[in-house]
Write a protein that binds this ligand. Structure first.
Ligand code: ADP
Ligand code: MG
Length: 254
């Protein structure tokens, strides 16, 4: 459902050209749970911005659910973004004076959904993230993990086909971060496609696949071994590595 074909993105800084993405090609299927890792400056955010239709590539093709979005103008991109993408941020980005319910309803207000319907949909999303008993709490009346759950519920209400999360556990302790990654796993099992940028190996291992970015390229693309999620990542099917029968079975299982 996500197809990137030789995507490049350059920035001009003074006289210098920075190649933030160099001909990145990758496919991500519906329901996949992917971690994106890489050193600072390697192009992770640039990649997320392109995937989230916040930015366009200078070259290459980006197909989202069979639609070529590479040539779209800003209005068309905004429409795709509102319909297809849910964003989750490191700093939660909730309205501080609004309670959880209102924060989650917000995207539906923009989408023109009626008040009664909004409440139903928002309550359902808050239930899915386990916060049905915190709907009247404001952000400062909740823990970091609860705030991030509100932000995830907010990302879910428009039923996006992709959820993009840039360092969603960066402001959480490791146990809470693991809980958030487990919530993403649950959502991916329900058919949501989840892409998470993270710096931490432990966090990334909760995903089913790890893309490593280096210098604007995909340096590796690995399936995460299932056994307890503590082992090393294995090469993905279709990566340069030879796919063994065991790996193949693993790939078919996801
Ligand atoms: P990451 O998220 O992996 O830290 P980024 O995607 O933010 O990396 O950046 C990739 C490269 O592009 C870096 O060298 C960065 O300095 C450069 N870059 C990112 N955004 C801009 C911009 N708006 N203008 C100029 N250079 C940029
Ligand atoms: Mg970044």
């Amino acid at each position: 459902m996500i197809v990137l074909h030789e995507i490049s993105r350059r920035y001009q800084m003074g006289g210098e050209t920075i190649h933030a993405l160099r001909q990145v090609s990758v496919r991500i299927q519906r329901g996949e749970y992917v971690a994106i890792m890489g050193p600072s400056g390697s192009g992770k955010s640039t990649l997320m911005n392109v995937l989230g239709c916040l930015d366009t590539a200078d070259g290459g093709r980006y197909e989202l659910n069979g639609v070529d979005v590479s040539g779209m103008d800003d209005n068309q991109l905004a429409e795709v973004r509102n319909k297809e993408i849910g964003f989750v941020f490191q700093t939660f980005n909730l309205l501080p004076r609004s309670n959880a319910l209102h924060n989650v309803e917000l995207p539906l207000i923009y989408a023109g959904v009626t008040q009664a319907e909004r409440k139903q949909i928002a309550l359902e999303a808050l239930r899915r993230v386990g916060l049905e008993d915190r709907i009247h709490h404001k952000p400062n009346e909740m823990s970091g993990g609860q705030r991030q759950r509100v932000a995830i519920a907010r990302a879910l209400v428009t039923k996006p086909s992709i959820i993009l999360a840039d360092e969603p556990t960066g402001n959480l302790d490791s146990r809470t971060g693991a809980e958030i990654m487990e919530l993403f796993e649950e959502l991916s099992r329900q058919g949501n496609t989840i892409l998470v940028v993270t710096h931490e190996e432990d966090v990334a291992r909760h995903a089913r696949r790890i893309l490593r970015i280096r210098d604007g390229n995909i340096a590796s693309d690995d399936v995460v071994a299932d056994a307890g999620r503590s082992g090393a990542a294995l090469p993905a099917i279709g990566a340069d590595a030879v796919a063994s029968p065991a790996l193949k079975a693993l790939g078919e299982g996801r």
